[in-house]
Design a protein around this ligand. Structure first.
Ligand code: NDP
Length: 338
């Protein structure tokens, strides 16, 4: 049973060496009378929030830190290969919280859901049909209060969340611009994901000028994934009564000294609404979300881009690659075939 452990708490940018690949034996079957589940992990998800779990515990974090020397835990897709729990049977496919290892014993299955639609690629349950999908759905539809015809700007737009936000906004009839960190990603946004326009923020000397070029009349909605200098430039370009949904601030996660935001006057002058949100608060919307998104997938109304690496050994590098933009689309690790 190959497994990935956190070596020690991380400060600053994470590296592959902050995690260790080891192996341990796993029972082929659970002992009699045991109420746990034995899972064979098929896909593991790399998500930016996992970085905060690699830091020393802080009181303000809404997710507990990993223990150094323990297996990394995150979202994944798994198959039940033994079950002492009457709600799950051998062969069931599940998605939810599992270990970064080939096989996981789950004592209590609260973090797991049975997969309802198995004719869709199973990896989708780490992204479009899982946590990032619900984040995009809730963040755009519920937090941004969008209206047809409005102008929408999405940062980290080609990623797991951003690509869906942009497409939800297009489906509503908004004008949508995304930014991303390479020409390949900008082309993807414009040519495959249906964004009206896109730019490479790494090549823009002046972010304020780039936003003025894309939004001569201003931005109604900003879906914030990155923070820092981008947020400061966006504040100057928001329209009166604009809304900003703060989903993530990835440019700040690895900085020991966070960047300041200076254009705060714009919040008052433009009467902006800025609201942070976290997906775990909105889990009750998952059934509604699932039916909506399954419909969109079947009708070809959304496109979904994944970046799948093969082999659990590659998981640490894939995870840290999120912070340098190595991933093109949702970063997934294929551990085993069904
Ligand atoms: P992505 O698939 O978008 O991967 C992360 C991307 O962020 C990278 O590919 C990179 O793209 C970009 N990035 C990395 N570092 C920087 C930087 N310094 N400045 C600008 N962009 C950077 O990840 P997700 O879609 O899963 O997550 C997007 C955001 O949403 C994150 O901030 C995450 O924390 C947040 N999130 C929040 C949730 C919530 O409940 N509130 C739930 C899920 C995610 P590029 O090449 O474009 O730079």
């Amino acid at each position: 049973n190959k497994r990935i452990l956190l070596k020690s708490y991380v400060t600053g940018f994470p590296s592959e060496d902050d995690m260790i690949l080891t192996s341990a034996t796993v029972p082929a079957k659970l002992p009699p009378g045991y109420t746990a589940l034995l899972l064979k992990n098929l896909f593991l998800s790399c998500d930016p929030y996992m970085r905060s779990r690699m830091s020393k515990p802080v009181a303000t974090s809404y997710r507990a830190s990993y223990e150094p020397g323990s297996v990394i835990v995150g979202y994944g897709v798994s198959k039940v290969i033994d079950s002492g729990n009457p709600d799950f049977k051998v062969g069931d496919l599940v998605w939810g919280i599992t270990g970064w290892e080939e096989y996981t014993v789950v004592e209590s299955p609260q973090g797991l859901s049975k997969i309802k639609y198995t004719d869709i690629p199973l990896s989708y349950y780490t992204g479009i049909l899982g946590m990032p999908g619900l984040t995009a759905y809730v963040g755009f539809n519920h937090i941004c209060s969008p209206k047809t015809g409005e102008t929408v700007y999405v940062s980290a737009a080609s990623g797991a969340v951003g690509q869906l936000v942009g497409q939800f906004a297009k489906l509503l009839g908004c004008y949508v611009v995304g930014s991303a960190g390479s020409k390949e990603k900008v082309d993807l946004l414009k040519n495959k994901l249906g964004f009206d326009d896109a730019f490479n923020y790494k090549e823009e000397k002046d972010l304020d000028a780039a936003l003025k070029r894309c939004f001569p009349d201003g931005i109604d909605i900003y879906f914030e994934n990155v923070g820092g200098k981008m947020l400061d430039a966006v504040l100057l370009n928001m329209k009166v009564y604009g809304r900003i949904a703060v989903c993530g601030l990835i440019s700040q996660y690895n900085l020991t000294q966070k960047e300041g935001i200076y254009n705060i006057m714009a919040i008052l002058q433009k009467r902006l609404r800025i609201q942070g949100f976290i997906e775990p608060d909105h889990k009750h919307l998952y059934p509604e979300f699932l039916e909506t998104i399954i419909g969109y997938i079947r009708e070809g109304k959304v496109t979904y881009v994944e970046d799948i690496v093969e082999g659990i050994e590659k998981a640490p590098l894939a995870l840290v690659g999120l912070f340098t933009g190595q991933n093109v689309g949702k970063q997934v690790v294929l551990v085993a075939h069904e």
